[in-house]
Design a binder for this molecule. Sequence first.
Ligand SMILES: [Zn+2]
Length: 257
Amino acid sequence: MLQYSLEKYRFFDFTLENYYSLLKLAKENYRFIFFDNLNNFKDKRIILRHDVEFSVPIALEMAKIEHSLGIKSTYFVQLHADFYNALEKRTYEQLKTIELLGHRLELHFDVHFWDIDSEEKLEEYLQIESQVFKTYFNKSPKVFSFHNTNKFTLSCEKETYAGMINVYAKKYKEKYGYCADSTGYWRYEVLEDRLREAKDEVLQVLIHDGMWQNEVLPPRRRIHKVIDDQAAYLKLTYDETLKKFGAKNIDWEGEVE
Ligand SMILES: [Zn+2]
């Protein structure tokens, strides 16, 4: 079973080392561009999109890898993520570092948080989140992507909402290629094949940070690793904070040194 899953779902693809190799391959055939300068070039183009979902530290690793190759991409940040808090200091600083590396931060929007079921409500709440985003990140988002698409979000096909580009607009869905690593495997086409064939004029590639690790793991284990790493970090931070303030840190065996 192990060998079968490993090959069927290409666990070997999803390492950060291979992420570097895939981008190197992509660079041979494509120019990397942002959503708003799609039409400024005529050669084959890739829009590299990250929906920041699980691990901002890994997103930052990816941003560094891209930077080392001279590639720029877009990181869509959630304000209501289950796995991270974009407004908490360490995470916020990591996100700002991604931006300093030349990448862009945009809005990853969760309709489920607001129970949105109409385009009017969508516009209203996009405005609200755009304001919050601007308050903290010192710029209004120009593009947004939906988090966990459903029937309603997929029916939102206009090019813009609340003045922001919608990455699920009809034009992106119909005219341009799309390759995603959602839930940690290639559901439709394998990215490496797609990059090698280079048949798309414009290809949107969607990447989810925590689905890429240093070691070869099944998707579920990759996310468990994100959770375990974050737990270890929080435990360490708790101990260090108590030490810093000279407070007693009490365990079963008494005070922890
Ligand atoms: Zn998402």
